[in-house]
Design a protein around this ligand. Structure first.
Ligand code: PMP
Length: 357
């Protein structure tokens, strides 16, 4: 019987594809499992996409040039310091394609589970540097990792913890490979590594329109980096890696900063408010700089993988989806809960109260 796997690259055979959070097709779920924004995108996005539909006969800008210019203006950088991709996952993939050489790729553990998949696709090894018991960063281990490419997720997923720039500076003073700060959630944080870019040319910041701009369905992400890094990424991307509707929609969202600020502030306010509910139950919750909370449910004073799974199942039975990462000891006792609308969060609290009783 034909089996294409036998003709594929041998290193692909053991590879497990990335496991995204569940995306139910019916509407009646409270979806708090993939860190999507609960609010719609700026109304300007609709108008911009309608206009771009009229241009679909033509190829889009191969470099997403107008969007690069707007992003450069927004971040006070040169247009040659901006690269745009088909979601930040595309940008991360291109970074692996371009910069994973003979030396290993490295990332923190726990962090975004896509990195090992991307290195696996490229036939490369990934080394994980564990966080300490209190999620502190082992700077020596990073400096001594010998990696050509390092992924630091900040704010981290799934914990939500931001890595302060003081720590990033200490690392960058000692690390000479490409150091990627994956800032998918940075719009919900107090600090960003963007200000380190002109000081450390080997630093790359990746961002996305999926979370804070409510455009996960459009697939637009970007990297801010040294012009020489952008030039390498431009060599390895698809010729038209971001479609015309996506370029237009993302640009409209970026230009509506009033709307962006209003929904981002609302999510941060709700994050802090609902965190106090978990605190009141005595649950340990990491300080989050993202649009989600990583919390450890308790029954009495007991916690663990089974208790987290029990709450996960109870919520699912109540049509509320959250995320459980059962495979790693640092994550198995926790649930990651995206911040939804007030109504969604009230449904969550009610369902947790019924589980507790
Ligand atoms: N980085 C991190 C840390 C994420 O959690 C995500 C979302 N899954 C991404 C990058 C990718 O975002 P996107 O491809 O939608 O831009």
């Amino acid at each position: 019987m034909f089996n294409a796997s036998e003709l594929a690259m041998p290193y692909l055979r053991p590879l497990q594809a990335y496991a995204p959070g569940e995306q139910p097709t019916e509407e009646n779920w409270v979806k708090l499992n993939t860190n999507e924004n609960p609010y719609p995108p700026s109304p300007q996005v609709d108008a911009a996409i309608q206009k771009a539909i009229g241009l679909l006969r033509k190829y889009p800008s191969p470099t997403s040039a107008p969007l690069r210019t707007s992003l450069a203006r927004h971040f006070k950088l040169g247009a040659d310091q901006v690269f745009v991709g088909n979601g930040s996952d595309d940008v991360l993939n291109l970074l692996v394609r371009a910069f994973s050489g003979d030396n290993p790729v490295a990332a923190m553990q726990p962090s975004y589970s896509l990195y090992p998949v991307l290195t696996g696709i490229a036939g490369k090894q990934i080394v994980h540097i564990p966080f300490g018991d209190s999620m502190e960063v082992d700077i020596d281990a990073i400096a001594n990792s010998d990696a050509n490419l390092f992924f630091m997720t900040s704010p981290n997923a799934p914990t939500g913890l931001a890595i302060p720039n003081t720590i990033l500076r200490e690392i960058l003073d000692r690390f000479s490979g490409i150091f990627v700060v994956d800032e998918a959630y940075a719009d919900f944080a107090d600090e960003s590594a963007v200000e380190l870019l002109n000081e450390y040319p080997n630093c790359v910041v990746t961002r996305t329109f999926s979370k804070s701009y409510s455009l996960a369905g459009l697939r637009v992400g970007f990297a801010l980096a040294d012009p020489s890094t952008v030039a390498v990424l431009d060599k390895v991307r698809d010729s038209y890696n971001v479609d015309g509707l996506a370029q237009a929609g993302a640009q409209a969202a970026l230009e509506d900063q009033t709307y962006f600020k209003a929904i981002t502030e609302k999510i941060i306010r709700n994050r802090e408010y609902y965190r106090t509910k978990f605190d009141a139950w005595g649950w340990f919750t990491y300080k989050s700089s993202g649009n989600f909370l990583f919390t450890r449910p308790l029954i009495g004073d007991r916690f663990g993988a089974e208790i987290a799974k029990s709450l996960f199942d109870h919520l699912k039975a109540n049509k509320i989806l959250v995320r459980h990462f059962p495979k790693h000891p640092d994550t198995c006792a926790f649930l990651r809960i995206s911040i939804g609308t007030e109504d969604e969060m009230e449904s969550l609290i009610e369902a947790i109260e019924s589980w507790l009783s």
